[in-house]
Every structure is written in C-alpha cells, then in structure tokens.
Ligand binder design. Structure first.
Ligand code: IMP
Ligand code: MG
Length: 196
C-alpha cells in the first residue's frame, strides 16, 4: 500500500504573514491548526447532541461556509444529510418590497432537525432571516452552527441563540477559509484580518 506523506513545509505556499486582496492588506490572524482544532471541538459537541436524532439536515449557507462545512463533516459520527443553500434578496412587487428567497432547497423541511451552517455571524441579519424561514417551514428544531461569531456585533442575542460557534472574534473584518473580501481570499487556509 502506498502511503502519502505530505510535507506541509513544502506545500504551504499559501501560508503568508501578509496578503493583498484588491486594494487592501491583511495580516495573519488565526492559523489553520487553531481553526481545525476549533472545528473538531464543535463536531464533538454536535456528535453528543445529535446522536439520538433522526437524520439531521445541515443547511450550509453559500458561498462563505463551503470550506467550514467540508471540514466539519469529516468529524461527524452520526447519520446526517447536507444541502447547500443561498439566500437571495430581490425587489418584489409585494408591499413589503424586499423579498427573501431560499435558493437550492426543494425538499420539504417540515419535521426535520435542521442545523444552519454559516461561515460568520456578524450583525445576525442573515441568520435571523434563515431562522425565521425555518420556523415558517415547521421544522422540528433549528440550531445555528457557525465557524466565526462577532459577539459585539450580534444584534439578536435576546431572541436567537448561536448554539455552536467555533471561534469568537472581535469586530474586525477577516478573510480566508471560505471568507472573502469582494470575492477574493476564500482559498486561504488560514484566516487573515484587515491590516489598517
Ligand atoms: P450578518 O448578516 O451581518 O450577520 O453578516 C453575515 C454575512 O456577512 C456573512 O455570511 C459573510 O458573508 C459576511 N461577513 C460578515 N463579516 C465578515 C467578515 O469579517 N469577513 C467577510 N465576510 C463577512
Ligand atoms: Mg456568508
């Protein structure tokens, strides 16, 4: 049997202390090892909490959460399903004006145990929208699982609890591990913060 041994020092071409995306500079903030360790801890909690549930459904919110979702899934030990969704807003003709839609999910959610996967919860507007949609779909339960949380920015702490947050960060703008600055930077395996 062939054993594949990767020498990280040789393959680490995306490990840099400072990167430039568009017009802005970012500096290293959370190294990959710390991210992975935090994801493993969250997976451990999910494994304990969902062991006796009936086939929970992860809804990974695109685009930012694709990398988090992929890394988290490797450590889950209970049967589950995953689907990738997207929240789109457009100006409708209804009196409310703005209409939010869930793209990418066509099966009924009624009665399912749903776990929303986000890359980052900032003000919480996105997650609140998703959460209320799930209630309207009459899911059995809905929990929120995010790689990153900015507690100081989160506006819904009284009403919607962020059940699983792998890493809490201050109110800074970050990129990497799926997160972007104007669509760039998602490919970096470490997380970087805006260098002011
Ligand atoms: P919220 O609706 O204010 O909670 O913002 C959530 C969305 O904004 C996330 O899913 C991200 O797409 C984006 N976002 C918030 N903070 C950051 C950041 O620091 N870096 C990159 N994207 C962010
Ligand atoms: Mg996002």
């Amino acid at each position: 049997m062939t054993k594949l041994i990767l020498n990280l020092a040789e393959t680490n071409f995306l490990k840099m202390n400072r990167i430039k995306l568009h017009d802005k500079y970012f500096k290293i903030f959370i190294p990959y090892e710390k991210i992975e360790e935090s994801i493993i801890k969250v997976a451990g909690r999910l494994n304990r909490d969902y062991i006796n549930k009936n086939n929970p459904l992860f809804l990974s919110v695109l685009n930012g959460s694709f990398m988090f979702a992929a890394h988290l899934m490797k450590y889950l030990s209970f049967d589950n399903e995953i689907s990738f969704i997207r929240l789109s807003s457009y100006s409708g003709t209804s009196s409310t004006g703005e209409v939010k839609q869930l793209l990418g999910f066509d099966r009924p959610l009624k009665g399912r145990d749903v776990i929303i996967l986000e890359d980052i919860v900032d003000t919480g507007e996105t997650i609140a929208e998703m959460y209320n949609m799930m209630l309207r779909e009459q899911v059995a339960s809905v929990k929120i699982c995010t790689l990153l949380l900015k507690p100081a920015a989160y506006r819904y702490s009284d009403t919607i609890s962020v059940d699983y947050a792998a890493i809490e960060i201050p109110n800074d703008f970050i990129v990497g591990f799926g997160l972007d600055y104007d669509e760039l930077g998602r490919n970096y395996k470490d997380i970087y913060v805006l260098d002011k």
